[in-house]
Design a protein around this ligand. Structure first.
Ligand code: SAH
Length: 244
Protein backbone atom coordinates (compact mmCIF):
# COMPACT_ATOMS: atom_id res chain seq x y z
CA UNK A 1 0.00 0.00 0.00
CA UNK A 2 3.00 2.31 0.32
CA UNK A 3 2.65 5.68 -1.41
CA UNK A 4 -0.84 5.00 -2.74
CA UNK A 5 -3.26 6.77 -0.43
CA UNK A 6 -6.40 5.04 -1.60
CA UNK A 7 -8.23 4.39 1.62
CA UNK A 8 -10.38 7.34 2.51
CA UNK A 9 -12.06 7.66 5.87
CA UNK A 10 -14.39 10.10 7.54
CA UNK A 11 -13.18 11.32 10.94
CA UNK A 12 -14.98 13.52 13.44
CA UNK A 13 -12.19 16.08 13.45
CA UNK A 14 -8.91 16.07 11.53
CA UNK A 15 -6.27 18.23 13.24
CA UNK A 16 -3.93 20.63 11.42
CA UNK A 17 -1.06 19.49 9.20
CA UNK A 18 1.89 18.42 11.35
CA UNK A 19 -0.30 17.13 14.19
CA UNK A 20 -1.01 13.52 15.07
CA UNK A 21 -4.36 11.80 15.27
CA UNK A 22 -5.19 8.47 16.93
CA UNK A 23 -7.92 6.92 14.82
CA UNK A 24 -11.11 5.59 16.43
CA UNK A 25 -11.22 1.90 17.35
CA UNK A 26 -13.46 0.87 14.48
CA UNK A 27 -11.08 2.42 11.97
CA UNK A 28 -8.09 0.80 13.70
CA UNK A 29 -9.56 -2.68 13.20
CA UNK A 30 -10.46 -1.96 9.59
CA UNK A 31 -7.09 -0.48 8.64
CA UNK A 32 -4.77 -2.83 10.50
CA UNK A 33 -6.63 -6.15 10.48
CA UNK A 34 -8.82 -5.98 7.39
CA UNK A 35 -6.74 -3.81 5.05
CA UNK A 36 -3.41 -4.90 6.57
CA UNK A 37 -1.96 -1.41 6.67
CA UNK A 38 1.03 -0.68 8.89
CA UNK A 39 3.62 1.94 9.77
CA UNK A 40 4.56 4.16 6.82
CA UNK A 41 1.33 3.52 4.92
CA UNK A 42 -0.77 6.50 3.96
CA UNK A 43 -4.50 7.18 3.80
CA UNK A 44 -6.90 10.08 3.31
CA UNK A 45 -9.04 11.60 6.05
CA UNK A 46 -11.88 14.12 5.83
CA UNK A 47 -14.06 15.59 8.53
CA UNK A 48 -17.00 17.56 7.10
CA UNK A 49 -15.37 20.81 8.19
CA UNK A 50 -11.79 21.30 7.04
CA UNK A 51 -11.56 19.24 3.85
CA UNK A 52 -9.44 16.22 3.02
CA UNK A 53 -5.95 15.43 4.32
CA UNK A 54 -3.23 12.87 3.67
CA UNK A 55 -2.12 11.03 6.77
CA UNK A 56 0.73 8.64 7.44
CA UNK A 57 0.56 5.83 9.94
CA UNK A 58 3.36 6.41 12.45
CA UNK A 59 2.57 3.95 15.23
CA UNK A 60 0.38 0.90 15.61
CA UNK A 61 -0.70 -1.23 18.53
CA UNK A 62 -3.48 -3.64 19.43
CA UNK A 63 -6.02 -0.84 19.52
CA UNK A 64 -3.86 1.97 18.26
CA UNK A 65 -3.36 3.50 14.87
CA UNK A 66 -1.54 6.81 15.23
CA UNK A 67 -1.32 8.98 12.16
CA UNK A 68 0.56 12.13 11.26
CA UNK A 69 -1.39 14.61 9.16
CA UNK A 70 1.03 15.38 6.34
CA UNK A 71 -0.81 17.66 3.91
CA UNK A 72 -4.17 19.03 2.91
CA UNK A 73 -5.27 17.37 -0.33
CA UNK A 74 -8.70 18.98 -0.90
CA UNK A 75 -10.13 22.18 0.60
CA UNK A 76 -13.54 22.00 2.27
CA UNK A 77 -16.56 22.76 0.13
CA UNK A 78 -20.25 22.08 0.54
CA UNK A 79 -22.39 20.19 -1.92
CA UNK A 80 -25.01 22.26 -3.79
CA UNK A 81 -28.13 23.35 -1.96
CA UNK A 82 -30.43 20.52 -2.95
CA UNK A 83 -32.35 18.34 -0.47
CA UNK A 84 -34.08 15.05 -1.01
CA UNK A 85 -37.33 14.57 0.88
CA UNK A 86 -38.24 10.91 0.67
CA UNK A 87 -40.73 8.47 2.12
CA UNK A 88 -38.77 5.53 3.55
CA UNK A 89 -39.37 2.38 1.50
CA UNK A 90 -38.15 -1.18 2.12
CA UNK A 91 -34.76 -1.49 3.80
CA UNK A 92 -32.56 -2.21 0.80
CA UNK A 93 -34.37 0.33 -1.37
CA UNK A 94 -33.93 3.00 1.29
CA UNK A 95 -30.24 2.08 1.48
CA UNK A 96 -30.11 2.66 -2.26
CA UNK A 97 -31.78 6.06 -1.92
CA UNK A 98 -29.29 7.13 0.77
CA UNK A 99 -26.23 5.86 -1.07
CA UNK A 100 -27.15 7.29 -4.47
CA UNK A 101 -28.28 10.62 -3.07
CA UNK A 102 -25.01 11.03 -1.21
CA UNK A 103 -23.09 10.23 -4.40
CA UNK A 104 -25.27 12.63 -6.34
CA UNK A 105 -24.31 15.42 -3.98
CA UNK A 106 -27.45 15.99 -1.94
CA UNK A 107 -26.98 18.42 0.94
CA UNK A 108 -29.75 17.09 3.16
CA UNK A 109 -31.77 13.90 3.35
CA UNK A 110 -35.16 14.44 4.92
CA UNK A 111 -37.32 11.38 5.66
CA UNK A 112 -41.05 12.10 5.49
CA UNK A 113 -43.95 9.92 6.59
CA UNK A 114 -46.82 9.94 4.12
CA UNK A 115 -50.20 8.17 4.14
CA UNK A 116 -48.88 5.22 2.17
CA UNK A 117 -45.42 4.99 3.70
CA UNK A 118 -45.01 1.31 4.48
CA UNK A 119 -41.70 1.37 6.28
CA UNK A 120 -42.18 0.72 9.97
CA UNK A 121 -39.01 2.31 11.26
CA UNK A 122 -36.83 5.22 10.31
CA UNK A 123 -33.28 4.27 11.24
CA UNK A 124 -31.38 7.54 11.40
CA UNK A 125 -28.19 5.83 12.62
CA UNK A 126 -28.29 3.42 9.68
CA UNK A 127 -28.93 6.28 7.25
CA UNK A 128 -25.96 8.13 8.71
CA UNK A 129 -23.64 5.12 8.35
CA UNK A 130 -24.76 4.56 4.75
CA UNK A 131 -24.21 8.21 3.90
CA UNK A 132 -20.72 8.26 5.45
CA UNK A 133 -19.71 5.18 3.47
CA UNK A 134 -20.96 6.67 0.21
CA UNK A 135 -19.11 9.95 0.89
CA UNK A 136 -15.90 8.08 1.66
CA UNK A 137 -16.18 6.25 -1.62
CA UNK A 138 -17.18 9.16 -3.88
CA UNK A 139 -14.67 11.66 -2.48
CA UNK A 140 -17.10 14.13 -1.06
CA UNK A 141 -15.59 16.30 1.66
CA UNK A 142 -18.95 17.13 3.24
CA UNK A 143 -21.61 14.78 4.62
CA UNK A 144 -25.29 15.16 3.88
CA UNK A 145 -27.31 16.20 6.90
CA UNK A 146 -29.95 13.65 7.90
CA UNK A 147 -33.16 15.26 9.12
CA UNK A 148 -35.43 13.73 11.75
CA UNK A 149 -38.42 12.00 10.15
CA UNK A 150 -41.58 14.10 10.03
CA UNK A 151 -45.16 13.59 8.92
CA UNK A 152 -45.83 15.29 5.58
CA UNK A 153 -48.37 17.76 7.02
CA UNK A 154 -45.93 18.96 9.66
CA UNK A 155 -43.11 19.23 7.15
CA UNK A 156 -45.24 21.44 4.91
CA UNK A 157 -46.43 23.56 7.83
CA UNK A 158 -42.87 24.36 8.87
CA UNK A 159 -41.45 24.64 5.37
CA UNK A 160 -39.26 27.67 4.65
CA UNK A 161 -41.04 29.17 1.65
CA UNK A 162 -37.72 30.44 0.23
CA UNK A 163 -36.92 26.84 -0.66
CA UNK A 164 -38.77 25.51 -3.66
CA UNK A 165 -40.19 22.00 -3.21
CA UNK A 166 -40.31 19.95 -6.39
CA UNK A 167 -43.08 17.41 -6.11
CA UNK A 168 -42.30 14.29 -8.10
CA UNK A 169 -45.69 13.71 -9.58
CA UNK A 170 -46.26 10.39 -11.29
CA UNK A 171 -49.84 11.30 -12.23
CA UNK A 172 -48.73 13.05 -15.42
CA UNK A 173 -49.80 16.47 -14.11
CA UNK A 174 -46.27 17.68 -13.43
CA UNK A 175 -44.34 19.81 -15.94
CA UNK A 176 -41.27 18.35 -17.71
CA UNK A 177 -38.46 18.20 -15.21
CA UNK A 178 -35.71 20.09 -17.09
CA UNK A 179 -38.03 22.96 -17.94
CA UNK A 180 -39.06 23.43 -14.32
CA UNK A 181 -35.51 23.14 -13.00
CA UNK A 182 -34.30 25.72 -15.54
CA UNK A 183 -36.71 28.30 -14.19
CA UNK A 184 -35.48 27.81 -10.60
CA UNK A 185 -31.75 27.71 -11.25
CA UNK A 186 -30.60 30.00 -8.48
CA UNK A 187 -32.94 28.91 -5.71
CA UNK A 188 -32.41 26.57 -2.77
CA UNK A 189 -34.48 23.53 -3.59
CA UNK A 190 -35.75 20.16 -2.43
CA UNK A 191 -37.08 17.19 -4.36
CA UNK A 192 -39.97 15.24 -2.83
CA UNK A 193 -40.39 11.63 -3.86
CA UNK A 194 -43.34 9.52 -2.74
CA UNK A 195 -43.54 5.99 -1.36
CA UNK A 196 -44.12 2.84 -3.43
CA UNK A 197 -47.87 3.41 -3.30
CA UNK A 198 -47.52 7.03 -4.42
CA UNK A 199 -49.19 10.04 -2.76
CA UNK A 200 -52.85 9.88 -1.71
CA UNK A 201 -55.35 12.21 -3.45
CA UNK A 202 -55.55 14.29 -0.25
CA UNK A 203 -51.79 14.64 -0.15
CA UNK A 204 -51.68 15.69 -3.80
CA UNK A 205 -54.35 18.32 -3.09
CA UNK A 206 -52.51 19.59 -0.04
CA UNK A 207 -49.16 19.71 -1.84
CA UNK A 208 -50.51 21.45 -4.92
CA UNK A 209 -52.07 24.13 -2.71
CA UNK A 210 -48.67 25.13 -1.27
CA UNK A 211 -47.18 28.20 -2.99
CA UNK A 212 -43.64 26.80 -2.79
CA UNK A 213 -44.49 23.47 -4.46
CA UNK A 214 -43.92 22.78 -8.18
CA UNK A 215 -44.94 19.48 -9.74
CA UNK A 216 -42.38 17.76 -11.94
CA UNK A 217 -42.75 14.82 -14.27
CA UNK A 218 -40.14 12.32 -15.39
CA UNK A 219 -42.31 11.12 -18.23
CA UNK A 220 -44.96 8.49 -18.65
CA UNK A 221 -43.16 5.52 -17.19
CA UNK A 222 -43.84 4.99 -13.52
CA UNK A 223 -40.49 4.67 -11.83
CA UNK A 224 -39.75 3.04 -8.54
CA UNK A 225 -39.25 5.59 -5.79
CA UNK A 226 -35.50 4.95 -5.63
CA UNK A 227 -35.10 5.27 -9.41
CA UNK A 228 -37.19 8.45 -9.43
CA UNK A 229 -35.09 10.01 -6.65
CA UNK A 230 -31.77 9.28 -8.37
CA UNK A 231 -33.04 10.38 -11.79
CA UNK A 232 -34.41 13.69 -10.49
CA UNK A 233 -31.24 14.45 -8.55
CA UNK A 234 -29.15 13.76 -11.64
CA UNK A 235 -31.35 16.14 -13.68
CA UNK A 236 -31.06 18.82 -11.00
CA UNK A 237 -27.26 18.52 -10.86
CA UNK A 238 -27.07 18.81 -14.65
CA UNK A 239 -29.37 21.83 -14.91
CA UNK A 240 -28.86 23.72 -11.63
CA UNK A 241 -26.07 22.05 -9.67
CA UNK A 242 -22.36 21.37 -9.93
CA UNK A 243 -22.39 19.36 -13.15
CA UNK A 244 -22.68 22.52 -15.19
N1 SAH B 1 -47.86 3.40 -6.96
C1 SAH B 1 -47.82 4.55 -7.73
C2 SAH B 1 -46.42 4.86 -8.16
C3 SAH B 1 -45.52 5.35 -7.11
S1 SAH B 1 -43.90 5.50 -7.69
C4 SAH B 1 -48.67 4.32 -8.96
O1 SAH B 1 -48.74 3.20 -9.37
O2 SAH B 1 -49.19 5.30 -9.46
C5 SAH B 1 -43.11 6.22 -6.31
C6 SAH B 1 -42.81 7.68 -6.41
O3 SAH B 1 -41.85 7.90 -7.44
C7 SAH B 1 -43.98 8.55 -6.79
O4 SAH B 1 -44.76 8.90 -5.67
C8 SAH B 1 -43.30 9.76 -7.42
O5 SAH B 1 -42.90 10.67 -6.44
C9 SAH B 1 -42.08 9.14 -8.08
N2 SAH B 1 -42.28 8.88 -9.51
C10 SAH B 1 -42.35 7.68 -10.12
N3 SAH B 1 -42.49 7.80 -11.45
C11 SAH B 1 -42.50 9.12 -11.71
C12 SAH B 1 -42.60 9.91 -12.92
N4 SAH B 1 -42.74 9.35 -14.09
N5 SAH B 1 -42.56 11.25 -12.79
C13 SAH B 1 -42.42 11.86 -11.58
N6 SAH B 1 -42.33 11.17 -10.43
C14 SAH B 1 -42.34 9.83 -10.47
Amino acid sequence: MKNSPKIRLFCEAVPAVGQTLDLPEKAVHYLLNVMKLGRGDTLLLFDNRHGEFAAEITETGKKLCRTLITEQTVPFSRSPDIWLVFAPVKKDKTDFIIEKSAELGVRKLQPVITARTISEKVRADRYQAQAVEACEQCRRVDLPEIGAAQPLAKLLQNWDSGRILFLMDESGQGAPVAEVFKSFRQQPAAILVGPEGGFSPEEFACLRACPFVRGISLGLRILRAETAAAAALACWQAVCGDWQ
